[in-house]
Design a protein around this ligand. Structure first.
Ligand SMILES: NC(=O)c1ccc[n+]([C@@H]2O[C@H](COP(=O)([O-])OP(=O)(O)OC[C@H]3O[C@@H](n4cnc5c(N)ncnc54)[C@H](OP(=O)(O)O)[C@@H]3O)[C@@H](O)[C@H]2O)c1
Length: 352
C-alpha cells in the first residue's frame, strides 16, 4: 500500500471516532489519535487493537479540550483534522461545565491550533442533527415537514436540551472561525442517533451505549415511548467522515441520517430478534407513564420534552449526503442486530 497522508482524530477512543480510526488505518493513512489519558487501558487498548501488526501508522497523543494549545503537538504534520471529541451526555448536573465548555472551548482550542499549523488543509467536524432541532415537533414548521442542512437549532439553551445547545454553538463557532481565514476548508457531519457495534464494549460514556443498554436490560419493562428520532449506523458515520475528508466535491453540512424512525420501532425490531431471551419493550408507553417515570430514567425526559417528542415524527432529509458523497446506508435491522449483539458479546447485556 502506498504511503498516504497523516491525519488527526480528536477523542479517538470514542464510540464514533474509534470506527473512524479503524477506517483510516485500513485505507492506509497514518493517524494521530488524541485521548485524554494515554495510561487508561480501558480507553487506549481499543485503538491499539486496530493496528496489531503495523503500529507505526498509529500515534497516540494526550490532549484535553479544556487545556489551551493541548492539540498543537498532535496536529504537527497532519493534512486533515477530524474533530469528534465532545461529550454526548443527556443526564447531566451542570450543563455549562459538562457540555458547553468542552464543546465550545474545545472547538475553539482545536481550531486555533489548526490556524497555527501550516499543514492542515481540511477540518471535518462531528456536529449533530441536534444542532438543527431540539424537538421532533419542530419539523412541522419546515417545508415537507423535514429538516435540511439549512436549518439551525434556535430552541435549545442551557436550561432546555443543553446537549443540543452545546452542539449548536460549537458548530456555529467552527463556521465563524473558518470564515476568517482561507488556509483550510470546513466540512460538518451532522449524524442522528448513532447505533451499530461498539468496538469498545466498555464505552459507557456515549449516550448511544446507555440508550441501547436501557432498551435491553429491562429498564423500560414492556413499554417504551414512541418518540421520533433519526437513526444511523456507526460504520456509515465513520464512512461519511472519511468521504467528507477525501471527496473533492464535499461542501458544507451533511445530515447523516439513514432512517426516520422512533424509539418504539427500534425496540420492536430488537424484540423480533432478541425478545425471547432479553427484556426488550415492544409496547407503546402511554404519556402518563412517561410523565411519571421518564424523569427518573433520564433527567432530559422533562414534561416539555415528552410533549414535543412523544408521537411526533422526526424527518431529517438525507438527500445531500447521498447525492454528493455517494453514501449508502445500512438497513435498520443490520444496525440494531449488530449493536445489540456486540453488547451481548462484551457482557454489557445479560439474558433474562
Ligand atoms: N453517538 C451519537 O448518537 C452521536 C450522534 C450525533 C453526534 N455525535 C457526536 O459524535 C461525537 C462522539 O460521540 P460518541 O457518541 O462517540 O461519544 P463518546 O464515545 O463518549 O466519545 C466522546 C469523546 O470525546 C472525548 N472527550 C470528552 N470530553 C473531553 C475533554 N474535556 N477533553 C478531551 N476529550 C474529551 C471523550 O474522551 P474520554 O473517553 O476520555 O471521556 C471521548 O473520546 C461527539 O461530538 C458527539 O456529539 C454522536
Amino acid at each position: 500500500m502506498t504511503k498516504k497522508n497523516t491525519v488527526l482524530v480528536t477523542g479517538a477512543n470514542g464510540y464514533v471516532a474509534s470506527w473512524l480510526v479503524k477506517k483510516l488505518i485500513e485505507e492506509g493513512y497514518t493517524v494521530h489519535a488524541t485521548v485524554r489519558d494515554k495510561n487508561d487501558k480501558s480507553k487506549v487498548d481499543v485503538l491499539k487493537a486496530l493496528v496489531k501488526e503495523e503500529t507505526n501508522r498509529l500515534k497516540i497523543f494526550e490532549a484535553d479540550l479544556l487545556v489551551k494549545n493541548s492539540f498543537n503537538k498532535a496536529i504537527e504534520g497532519c493534512s486533515v483534522v477530524f474533530h469528534t471529541a465532545s461529550p454526548f451526555k443527556l443526564d447531566i448536573k451542570d450543563p455549562k461545565k459538562e457540555l458547553v465548555n468542552p464543546a465550545l472551548l474545545g472547538t475553539e482550542n482545536v481550531l486555533n491550533s489548526v490556524n497555527n499549523s501550516d499543514s492542515v488543509k481540511k477540518v471535518v467536524l462531528t456536529s449533530s442533527v441536534a444542532a438543527m432541532y431540539s424537538d421532533a415537533s419542530e419539523c412541522l414548521q419546515y417545508e415537507n415537514n423535514e429538516i435540511t442542512e439549512s436549518v439551525w437549532n434556535n430552541t435549545a439553551s442551557l436550561d432546555y436540551q443543553p446537549y443540543s445547545f452545546s452542539k449548536t454553538i460549537a458548530e456555529k463557532k467552527a463556521w465563524e472561525i473558518n470564515s476568517k481565514q482561507e488556509k483550510w476548508d470546513l466540512i460538518v457531519i451532522n449524524p442522528s442517533l448513532v447505533l451499530g457495534p461498539f468496538l469498545n464494549g466498555q464505552n459507557e460514556t456515549s449516550e448511544s451505549f446507555k440508550i441501547l443498554k436501557q432498551i435491553g436490560d429491562g429498564t423500560f419493562k414492556k413499554w417504551i415511548p414512541k418518540m421520533g428520532i433519526g437513526l444511523v449506523d456507526v460504520r456509515d458515520v465513520a464512512n461519511a467522515h472519511f468521504l467528507a475528508a477525501f471527496s473533492k466535491n464535499a461542501k458544507g453540512r451533511y445530515i447523516t441520517n439513514a432512517h426516520n424512525t422512533n424509539l418504539l420501532d427500534i425496540s420492536k425490531e430488537l424484540y423480533s430478534i432478541y425478545g425471547k431471551s432479553y427484556s426488550i419493550p415492544n409496547k407503546p408507553a402511554p404519556a402518563w407513564l412517561i410523565w411519571l417515570i421518564g424523569p427518573l430514567l433520564n433527567k432530559a425526559l422533562t414534561r416539555k420534552y415528552i410533549s414535543n417528542n412523544l408521537n411526533h415524527q422526526l424527518k431529517a432529509n438525507n438527500k445531500k449526503i447521498k447525492k454528493e458523497l455517494g453514501i449508502e446506508f445500512r438497513s435498520m435491522n443490520e444496525t440494531l442486530k449488530d449493536a445489540f449483539q456486540s453488547m451481548i458479546d462484551s457482557g454489557a447485556l445479560k439474558a433474562k
